[in-house]
Write a protein that binds this ligand. Structure first.
Ligand SMILES: Nc1ncnc2c1ncn2[C@@H]1O[C@H](COP(=O)(O)OP(=O)(O)OP(=O)(O)O)[C@@H](O)[C@H]1O
Ligand SMILES: Cc1ncsc1CCO
Length: 512
């Protein structure tokens, strides 16, 4: 079982929700705000209600690549194929839970004493939760440990096991979290918690995304992600995105798209709204001439035919001769023989700066059998997208971006994980092509730093989507994918450096 990221752990409690708000919406927003793991806790629901809710939350979490845990009910966890369960000292014992769930599911255990903590570690728990740290309304009669009690447990556990994630719970909110984390670290002799679990601090908020984000920003430097990386956005990368955004708006890069018929208008507008200057043209009779003055070229294989392929080659030759960056969107490149042949020829005869595809497309280029394409859509899941991105980047000597609920960018040496986004993006055709258009606009001003350009494209799309999604729900103006699209394009236009600094979640995976 890979180490689980418990840095910001949401435990649900429906009674805290503001009137009219669903737990599903709250969880979606909380994930957009940076929650890294979600636990469904239901004390009053019938078995059937519990099951239905578990199934819905599992899907929401799976779409965002966030582990979904069920409190106490192993039967429900098994029925919905949750990522794991969380058990307390009065629930089914760890040994039995493990026997039922097998080795590949996450089991977390609440512990109140050092003895219970060590027993859980020895018994094979995937994380432990010493608590409660402060008095809380969700657990009326719980004895609270205080930061010093939690720190003592951490100290003993770390002598015994260096890596098991340790997360604490109980009355934590954005006001007390920073001081609590420091006190725990002091009391443990210098060991940091791996994360904090919260209930009301997110559930009771009208804007769960902002509540989660506020908590997450308090974790920076105070929480260790046991995978070895700090649980914080890489600030150098965020600043690079900010400076690329400013440069696009100052320099207005001229971006030539040879793209598909579905996204013509969308592509031109997203480039314009970001601050670039678009030209949409695919006739073989003019692409070379257009190439004299462009700053960036997009080759998008969406609606492919022999004429477009010929134009790709002519435009690419010109771009290569002027060192103009080319961004390739190899839509459905494994789907038909026309596409397979076209992508192979392009990659062997031209220098492509960036390849941006979904898991099906980049999986095909890597030779993976885990994914495939159904037309423009991706089917299946890559178990290790970071390594696939790196492999394809090395293979074609380029920068690769794999989009999905989480995006991965690699230049063959480094891998960056871009976490921003919203599930609405998956419901709107052409958002991948729009991300490509953003990336290409940034590439036009990036002076060769195509890793940063790709991270900027993914991050701008993701942050804009999160800002647009805030307008969903009661009193909002986003009702579905169509109104979301309008809000998304406005959000790209309105996006400020401050928004990027506040919301960007980009992580350099140094150990890759
Ligand atoms: N479930 C999701 N949650 C958050 N963001 C998402 C989700 N699905 C996609 N995205 C984002 O949406 C954008 C498009 O990614 P996607 O992988 O859907 O591209 P695509 O399949 O090439 O799209 P298309 O072919 O429709 O243009 C990316 O910026 C990605 O980060
Ligand atoms: C749906 C579709 N088919 C070819 S291109 C395209 C748009 C998204 O890539």
């Amino acid at each position: 079982m890979p180490s689980v990221n418990v840095s910001l752990y949401l435990v649900t409690e429906r009674s805290f929700l503001p009137p009219g708000k669903s737990v599903q919406d709250c969880v979606r927003e909380a994930i957009a705000g940076g929650v890294s793991i979600v636990q469904l806790r239901e004390k009053t629901a019938t078995g059937r209600e519990f099951l239905r809710l578990a199934r819905e939350l599992r899907d929401i979490c799976a779409a965002a690549n966030v582990p979904f845990i069920v409190n106490d009910r192993i039967d429900i966890a098994m029925a919905v194929d949750a990522d794991g369960v969380h058990i307390g000292q009065e629930d089914i014992p760890l040994k039995d839970a493990r026997r039922l769930l097998g080795p590949n599911k996450i089991i977390g255990v609440t512990v109140k004493t050092i003895e219970q903590a060590l027993a859980a570690v020895d018994g094979g728990a995937d994380y432990i939760a010493p608590g409660v740290v402060f008095p809380t309304t969700t657990k009326d009669n719980a004895v609270y440990l205080g930061p010093s009690g939690v720190g003592e447990i951490i100290a003993k556990v770390r002598q015994h096991n260096a890596t098991i994630p340790i997360v604490t719970i109980g009355g934590i909110n954005s006001e007390n979290v920073s001081a609590m984390l420091r006190e725990v670290e002091q009391a443990s002799g210098g060991f940091k918690l791996s994360g904090v679990a919260v209930v009301s601090a997110i559930m009771k908020h009208q804007d769960a995304q902002l509540a989660a984000h506020a908590l997450k920003s308090c974790l920076v430097d105070n929480v260790v992600n046991v995978e070895g990386t700090l649980a914080l956005a890489n600030s150098d990368l965020v600043e690079r995105v900010v400076s690329l955004l400013q440069r696009v708006r100052e320099k207005r890069p001229f971006v030539h798209s040879i793209t598909n018929n579905v996204v013509f208008e969308m592509t031109a507008n997203i480039i314009l709204h970001l601050g670039g200057s678009p030209i949409m043209a695919h006739s073989i009779d003019e692409v070379e001439e257009i190439g004299n003055s462009i700053d960036s070229l997009i080759l998008n294989m969406g609606t492919l035919d022999k004429f477009r392929i010929a134009s790709f080659h002519k435009a690419a030759q010109k771009a290569n001769s002027r060192n103009v960056p080319i961004t390739l969107d190899p839509i459905g490149c494994g789907f038909t023989s026309l596409r397979r042949q076209a992508v192979a020829e392009l990659l062997s005869s031209t220098r492509i700066s960036i390849i941006k595809g979904n898991a099906g497309e980049i999986g095909f280029l890597s030779g993976s059998m885990e994914t495939s394409s159904r037309g423009a859509d991706s089917v299946g899941k890559l178990t290790d997208p970071a390594t696939v991105a790196m492999t394809v980047a090395k293979k074609y000597n380029t920068t690769v971006c794999i989009t999905g609920a989480v995006d991965y960018v690699s230049d063959g040496t480094r891998v960056v994980r871009c976490e921003n986004g919203n599930a609405f993006l998956g419901l709107l055709t052409g958002t991948g092509c729009s991300t490509t258009a953003l990336i290409a606009s940034f590439a036009g001003v990036a002076e060769g730093d195509y890793l940063a350009a790709s991270v900027a494209g993914c991050t701008v799309m993701g942050v804009a989507a999160e800002m647009a999604a805030v307008k969903c729900g009661a009193g909002g103006e986003v009702f579905g994918p169509a109104t979301f699209r309008t809000a998304l394009f406005d959000a790209v236009y309105l996006l400020t450096a401050k928004d990027v600094q506040k919301y960007a979640r980009v992580f350099c995976l140094d150990d890759k």
